[in-house]
Design a protein. Structure first.
Length: 161
């Protein structure tokens, strides 16, 4: 397993990298199959994703809803812009906290790295204030918890679609 790194670049970018001991195909599937997404993309312990809609095709929409079971929750909506099977996903998303944030353009790459995959996610936000607001949500902790959960899934290390 590899610890996630998150860094900022310029005024508008957030770059997240993490190495996984799994092939690019498995990581790509984990980011495009709603049944798989709903099992790992949960954030910190105690949160669940009761709604996971993900139409993995260019122009396809997605909606993820999270709750902590204590009356707190939020959701993300977005659209897939580009898919290059097993190597790249480009989408736009907005968080609803409850009001929607400005669009966050995200490119996620899955590059072979030895026996595993280096995942690089580059987020482009409209301005520094929006980026600061997003980072203040505790996003980094929730992402790392989700990626640890993903890394531990046995399906990630076995047959892929």
């Amino acid at each position: 397993m590899s610890k996630m790194t998150l860094k900022t670049e310029g005024d508008k970018h957030v770059i997240v990298t993490r190495r996984f001991d799994a092939p690019p195909e498995a990581l790509y599937r984990a980011h495009t199959d709603p049944e798989v997404i709903q099992r790992w993309l949960l954030g910190p312990e105690g949160w669940t994703m009761p709604v996971c809609i993900h139409d993995a095709k260019p122009g396809g929409k997605f909606r993820y809803e999270w709750t902590n079971g204590k009356g707190q929750g939020f959701y993300i909506t977005g659209e897939i812009l580009e898919l290059t099977p097993y190597s790249r996903i480009v989408h736009v998303e907005r968080m609803h906290l409850p009001d929607p944030t400005p669009d966050n353009h995200v490119e996620t790459r899955f590059d072979p790295d030895g026996e595993g995959t280096l995942m690089t996610m580059r987020m482009t936000l409209p301005d520094e204030k929006t980026r600061a607001t997003m980072l203040a949500t505790g996003m980094e902790h929730g992402m790392e918890a989700s990626y640890v959960r993903l890394e531990s899934m046995s399906s990630l290390h076995h047959a892929t679609k």
